[in-house]
Design a protein around this ligand. Structure first.
Ligand SMILES: [Zn+2]
Length: 185
């Protein structure tokens, strides 16, 4: 069935919605996950003919998002979070809010890591492993994650249990220079 969302995502699966300076900031962060990243008119892509070098998992995260068939939109936010387009369970695109100046306070890391963390949540939504019970209202009409095992999977503590996607700690490990692993959520 064709819906407005699937039409959009077929054109721009991973999309940066913001000023050219914000797009530059997003590019600057995504380059830390895959040096071949490019952004054309807001659309994020990578060069599959260019070696990702040590960034195997970073490219895998981008590949999963770009080839998903669903739209994931990155916008500027006062804090970083990921909100599903359809918070009723099942596979869905999402909107990722990213605050470029925000660095993780619970474990030292590069500014790119918060964006990678939220894109990991976007990947979880794309794969339909998040359900309404996993979500909580975080004020007004926005929707956020509760602290269930999915959150721990994102950080890598329990990645061997239920989540085959790219974890925050994998992005931290292959970052240059490496960022220390996150041990708490
Ligand atoms: Zn970085």
């Amino acid at each position: 069935m064709v819906t407005l969302e699937t039409m959009e995502v077929s054109v721009m699966p991973l999309y940066v919605n913001g000023s050219s300076s914000f797009q530059d900031q997003v590019r600057g962060a995504l380059e830390h996950f895959d040096p071949s990243i490019e952004i054309y008119d807001g659309r994020v892509g990578f060069d599959p003919t260019m070696s990702p070098g040590s960034h195997i998992r970073g490219r895998e995260l981008l590949r999963r998002l770009i080839q998903s068939g669903y739209r994931v939109e990155i916008v500027r936010g006062s804090s970083s979070r990921c909100e599903p387009a359809y918070p009723r369970g099942g596979r869905t695109g999402s909107r990722v809010y990213w605050c470029p100046g925000q660095v993780p306070s619970n474990a030292p890391a590069c500014f790119c890591i918060a964006l990678g963390h939220e894109l990991g949540h976007a990947d979880q939504f794309l794969n339909g492993i998040v359900y309404p019970a996993d979500l909580y209202s975080s004020g007004s009409s926005s929707v956020g994650f509760s602290m269930r095992v999915e959150m721990l999977n994102i950080t890598g503590r329990h990645m061997s249990e239920t989540w085959a996607g790219v974890t925050e700690n994998q992005l931290r490990q292959e970052h240059r220079p490496p960022c220390p692993a996150r041990t708490i959520y």
